[in-house]
Design a protein around this ligand. Structure first.
Ligand SMILES: Nc1ncnc2c1ncn2[C@@H]1O[C@H](COP(=O)(O)OP(=O)(O)OP(=O)(O)O)[C@@H](O)[C@H]1O
Ligand SMILES: [Mg+2]
Length: 303
């Protein structure tokens, strides 16, 4: 599978994976593929940052390797570890067999067989057809700065040195996507290596398109009402605004309940699909849901 040769081709490829992608995002994806630069995506929760890496891997028919970041993630969990338990067993077995050759045992213990490849090391290996995978470094803002510095190194040359085995270098660097929810700023040095895009909430038309792609069973009318309501809701002062993921979840909940049109009662019963904080849910109690629904329905009326 060739890399897409134009922005339109990127859009079409993602579209085939049911990923609705605006022109700006398609452009930065195209450039990142063309120039071989990592793509750094920031945005609110549930707006499709992680999904784009999945769609890209599927569309390009590449392996997807995911490094999920978390506080305390260190280089050994990200690159490689030795399988300590298996090494211990091998030592015991050798001992039981009666004094094995120490040097041979040592070499065996630190061979490929006992190496546990973590995502960054996996990402340096092409598949059977020699194609580099898509490497998703997800939620980078959850790690700490030392790991970020380490990552900067890894992204600059895509090679790792394992003292016992030597240096491993990617023949073809992977396609790298980094995401962040911006719970903290990621360091400039890392950002400088990447192309950057802020993934915003989609506008009305695009969110309806996303719903058509991801919850196709919903009627046109229901989809439009759901999106209009969620879009209105995002303008309210909420602790946690609903993302696209919530819009899709909600539509599926309404479908499961055979709802054909939104009403304040239906909304009150299903709010848990779009709002995940009690304070936010409490805000929509009483006449608030009706007010937002009226506002949403008014926005749908033809002008
Ligand atoms: N543009 C889009 N086209 C199709 N589906 C989308 C789009 N944006 C979001 N989605 C849907 O929303 C869901 C959530 O998206 P995703 O997990 O990628 O969000 P995220 O930005 O990574 O959120 P978080 O910050 O919480 O990890 C996906 O499963 C996908 O179905
Ligand atoms: Mg995500």
């Amino acid at each position: 599978m060739q890399l897409p040769q134009s922005i339109d081709a990127v859009q079409q490829m993602l579209d085939e994976q049911n990923y609705v992608c605006g022109r700006a995002l398609a452009t930065v994806v195209f450039l990142s593929l063309k120039l071989g630069r990592p793509l750094f995506l920031e945005g609110e929760a549930g707006v499709g940052k992680t999904e784009i890496a999945k769609a890209l891997a599927a569309g390009l028919d590449r392996r997807l390797i995911r490094l999920q970041c978390y506080e305390g993630l260190d280089a050994s969990s990200a690159v490689y570890e030795w399988n300590f338990a298996a090494q211990m067993i091998a030592i015991r077995t050798a001992e039981a067999a009666g004094g094995a050759d120490r040097a041979a045992l040592q070499a065996e213990l630190f061979s490929d067989d006992f190496l546990v490849r973590r995502p960054l090391l996996q990402a340096m290996q092409p598949d059977e057809q020699g194609r580099a995978p898509v490497l998703l470094i997800d939620e980078l803002d959850r790690t700490d700065e030392p790991f970020e510095a380490f990552l900067l190194e890894a992204l600059s040359d895509f090679q790792v040195t394992i003292p016992e085995l030597g240096t491993i270098k990617a023949a073809e660097p992977p396609i790298v996507i980094l995401t962040s929810n911006r719970t903290r700023e990621v360091h400039d040095a890392l950002k400088r290596r990447c192309l950057y895009h802020w993934v915003d909430y989609p506008d009305f038309a695009r969110e309806v398109d996303i719903l058509n792609a991801r919850a196709p069973a919903a009627s046109d009318q229901l989809s439009r009402e759901v999106v209009a309501f969620v879009q209105s809701l995002r303008t309210e002062d909420l602790f946690k605004k609903p993302g696209v993921a919530e819009t899709i979840d909600w539509a599926n909940c309404l479908l499961a309940l055979d709802v054909v049109t939104l009403s304040p009662e239906v909304i009150a019963d299903t709010l848990g699909a779009i709002l995940k904080y009690q304070d936010d849910i409490a805000r929509l109690q009483g006449s608030e849901a009706k007010r937002i629904l009226d506002q949403a329905k008014a926005s749908l009326e033809p002008v």
